[in-house]
Write a protein that binds this ligand. Structure first.
Ligand code: PEP
Length: 257
């Protein structure tokens, strides 16, 4: 039996205000409850915009909803004159457990380099947050270097100064598959996820490689999730578009291998 509990993470991106977030989380909770989903078998986490975190945390806490909470980004700094930034210590105070780092939209539209991603991983770990480290190649990279060279390099930089016992999640998200409706094949996902697990092993050691969850992300839907979950090195999914539709996201969480 794998020690790696499957992990289904919903990245809402810049969608749902705090009132819509409450309605969404309640409906998702009831849908999974009605379907008798066993929260111990698949871990669910939601990643709302910063402005929703407090409201969602209060709801999760009050109604004992078994969802993990995460942010979509954090500052490299802990506090100070950094207008518009959000510190990992503030996220930790809100009981956020996870933080997405290095999503391709941050790399693409906000010029986040591999070095900035590495600094953000350190910032997350300083505050006890679990970084969900996103890596992946563009269509151009894929043509030039194949699938794994770019994500492997990105992960090596991100993990350079990470201690062996750190709790991290890795997400392989080919940029060409994000929001495109064109998911990678399960074989492609498996191949790169296995290489990324090797990077975790080479940098943090074999125990970390065995326990770290490696996710696939990119046009995951209820119709393809099971095919990814059947792959030995795919431990879950980071879901964008389909995480905003209650029934669809609930069906992803309830995948049957
Ligand atoms: C994402 O942005 O992390 C993602 C995987 O998006 P989508 O599921 O919409 O492709």
């Amino acid at each position: 039996v794998s020690a790696r509990t499957p992990f289904i993470a919903g990245n809402w991106k810049m969608n749902l205000d705090h009132l819509q977030a409450v309605a969404f989380v309640q409906k998702l909770h009831w849908t999974l409850k009605e379907a008798k989903h066993d929260a111990g078998t698949v871990e669910v986490a939601v990643f709302p915009p910063f402005t929703d975190l407090r409201t969602v945390q209060t709801l999760i806490d009050a109604d004992k909803i078994p969802f993990g909470l995460g942010a979509q980004d954090l500052s490299t700094h802990d506090s100070g004159a950094y207008t518009g930034e959000v510190s990992g210590q503030f996220l930790a105070k809100l009981d956020a457990r996870y933080v997405i780092i290095g999503h391709s939209e941050r790399r693409q539209y906000h010029a986040e380099t591999d070095e900035i991603v590495a600094q953000k991983v350190q910032a997350a770990l300083r505050h006890g947050l679990v970084p969900v480290i996103c890596v992946g190649e563009t269509a151009e990279d894929l043509e030039k270097f194949g699938a794994s060279a770019v994500p492997v390099g990105q992960l090596e930089t991100a993990l350079a100064d990470v201690p062996a016992d750190a709790d991290i999640v890795v997400a392989y998200e080919p940029v060409w598959a994000i929001g495109s409706g064109q998911a990678a094949t399960p074989e492609q996902a498996q191949e790169v996820c296995a290489k990324l697990r090797e990077v975790v092993g080479a940098t943090l050691g074999p125990d970390a490689a065995a326990r770290t969850r490696v996710l696939y992300g990119g046009s995951v839907k209820s119709g393809n999730i099971a095919s990814f979950m059947r792959e030995p090195d795919v431990d879950g999914a980071l879901v964008g578009g389909a995480s905003l539709v209650v029934d669809e996201f609930a069906a992803i969480v309830r995948f049957q291998k």
